[in-house]
Design a protein around this ligand. Structure first.
Ligand code: DC
Length: 222
């Protein structure tokens, strides 16, 4: 049976940075499910579909064939055969993903892909509903969070480091809080801590401390 680690938590909690590092130091594959939702969102944007039209999104998303490959250890998302990694990390796509991921048809469209990856690989998978819905039997579940102030500050620093001039801290924080609200209040598979998940609040921890904590939890369960 494959060894599965589920990491859930709100936007900007550092899930992907931490999961990538733990994947490397514990020999696991890193599965970024947010990137899959972002690829569907990109498709919805490209097709000019109205995100508020639930039926239209449900119909159109079927046309988004999402596949995953690993190239030099990096997850590559293919949308209808095109490598779309370069388009996924924009705010526009992230905000659209938060809306379209509330659609049950979009979630059903991606669920099997996620379950199959976990059944066939020792992996660490991050998202919002991994411990609660996708991998209810994962050997380790972690709920990784941090205050919205800390998450907004991290995003602010990231944008500044990328050379973006004067990012707007209040806007970043408001976007994060809106996404938190959408992700945790949707009817289907809302963001919430699984009962058997270990809570890690990284507000006062640095990256190395979080990586060490989760690696240690992996060793306890391996
Ligand atoms: O983690 P992220 O920012 O890349 O995720 C983008 C959006 O996708 C996020 O707002 C919520 C959604 N998502 C989800 O609903 N379920 C997941 N397992 C992963 C992401």
């Amino acid at each position: 049976m494959a060894f599965n680690v589920a990491i859930d938590g709100p936007a900007g909690a550092g899930k992907s940075t931490i999961a990538k590092a733990v994947a490397k130091n514990r020999g696991l594959i890193y599965v970024d499910t947010g990137a899959m939702y972002r690829a569907v969102a990109l498709y919805i944007l490209r097709t000019g579909t109205d995100a508020a039209d639930t039926e239209a999104v449900a119909k159109v998303c079927v046309g988004a064939d999402i596949t995953i490959a690993y190239e030099d250890g990096v997850q590559v998302v293919y949308l209808n055969g095109e490598n779309v990694n370069a388009f996924l990390r924009t705010e526009e796509v992230g905000n659209m993903a938060s809306k379209t991921s509330a659609n049950p048809a979009v979630r059903a469209h991606l669920l099997n892909l996620q379950k199959n990856l976990a059944a066939n690989n020792d992996c660490i998978m991050d998202g919002r509903d991994i411990g609660t819905v996708v991998l209810p039997n994962a050997q380790l579940k972690v709920f990784l969070t941090a205050s919205s102030d800390v998450r907004a500050k991290r995003r602010f620093d990231e944008l500044t480091a990328k050379g973006e001039e004067t990012p707007d801290f209040d806007k970043i924080k408001a976007d994060i809080e809106q996404r938190d609200y959408q992700d945790s209040h949707r009817e289907i598979a809302p963001l919430k801590q699984a009962e058997d998940a270990v809570l890690v609040d990284s507000s006062d921890m640095n990256i190395d401390q979080v990586i060490a904590r989760i690696s240690e939890l992996c060793d306890e369960k391996a």
